[in-house]
Ligand binder design. Structure first.
Ligand SMILES: [Cu+2]
Length: 354
């Protein structure tokens, strides 16, 4: 229970004490939520200081460094949309559409009150226009309305991050399910004042469902199947855009005694994820990526176009399996990964009897 209390106390400090003087967007004062921490809405008038700097962004399963305890700043985030072939599963290639060449797209990490100038470049060799709708944005289309970029074009807009949380971004160019189904999604984390509580390891995992058929022009290439998408019958359900992306040499890692935080997103376009780690219990889940922290959770549901933050301490060594607990997706369609925990056994917690 001790670890729970420490993390809960840290969260209460972050979300309650630091924001209690603020007035929300709607003018309502923050209020305590009976047993959890209080969470005010941020002030629209929060001022970001200094000249804009280019923000560090990362490819999964890595995330940028925590924001820590700093004031609001101005950032430039550069994303490039691409249409590129990569392996999807078992040596089969697929034409993915991406943000910054990867599925999921780059992880963006800012804090509440930050002002973000997002530059969206569509690669010269793209065939179609693309744009970006960030669920962290307050404004028309989450930015999609002003970022539609023809091949070779760059568009830009600036937004203030008003609400802390973990948010999905995605392309919203028509047909939207096709753009998302080809891999055009990622996560943006908006940390609260003071930052999230410190942990030992952080990872970025994003689920997506893929609908495929063999290309009419290339028998070795798979492409998007709209009929399967409409029927919501994917061939693959994957973490981080590739079968085995978190297996073998690609397993995520931790040591006994460390606390792991996973930023889990679900790009969809259609399925709801039942995210579970076999052999672990989530000490904390930031439900739907928002400000309510629940404890002692076995499986958390992540809607399409949604996210969650899960945290757990690793008490014993071994391989712990990440799945969508709609298990045919895990064992037949690819939604399976592993966390390997190294260190000394703890026979008080777990032991085999012979
Ligand atoms: Cu697109």
């Amino acid at each position: 229970m001790k670890k729970h209390l420490i993390i809960l106390a840290g969260a209460a400090m972050l979300f309650g004490m630091t924001s209690c003087k603020q007035v929300s967007k709607s003018g309502a004062k923050s209020s305590s939520n009976n047993g959890t921490y209080s969470q005010s809405m941020p002030s629209v008038d929060m001022v970001a200081e200094g000249e804009p700097q280019e923000a560090e962004v990362t490819a999964a399963p890595n995330v940028p460094a925590p924001v820590g305890d700093r004031g609001p700043k101005k950032w430039i985030v550069n994303l490039e949309t691409t249409e590129t072939q990569a392996e999807i599963a078992d040596g089969k290639m697929y034409t993915f559409w991406t943000f910054n060449h990867t599925v999921p797209g780059s992880f963006i990490r800012v804090r509440v009150g930050d002002e973000v100038t997002l530059n969206l470049k569509n690669a010269e060799n793209s065939v179609l226009p693309h744009n970006i709708d960030l669920h962290a944005v307050t404004g028309p289309g989450g930015g999609a309305a002003v970022t539609t970029s023809a091949p070779g074009q760059t568009t830009s807009f600036t937004f203030k991050a008003l609400n802390p949380g973990l948010y999905v971004y995605h392309c919203a160019a028509p047909p939207v399910p096709m753009h998302i189904g080809n891999g055009m999604y990622g996560l943006i984390l908006v940390e609260p004042e003071g930052g999230l509580p410190k942990v030992d390891r952080e990872y970025y995992v994003m689920q997506g469902d893929f609908y495929t058929k063999v290309s009419a022009t290339n028998p070795n290439l798979l492409e998007f199947d709209n009929d399967k998408a409409v029927a919501e019958q994917p061939d693959y359900v994957l973490f981080n855009g590739k079968k085995g992306s978190l297996l073998g040499n690609n397993m995520i890692e931790a040591n006994v005694g460390e606390t792991v935080r996973i930023f889990v997103g679900n790009g969809g376009p259609n399925l709801t994820s039942s995210f579970h780690v076999i052999g672990e219990i989530f000490d904390n889940v930031y439900l739907e990526g928002g400000s309510t922290i629940s404890h002692n959770i076995q499986t958390t549901m992540i809607p399409a176009g949604g996210a969650a933050i899960v945290e757990f301490k690793c008490e014993v060594p071994g391989e712990f399996v990440l799945v969508d607990h709609s298990l045919s997706r895990a064992f037949n369609k690819g939604a399976i990964g592993k966390l390997v925990v190294r260190g000394d056994k703890n026979h008080t917690v777990f032991q085999e009897n012979k």
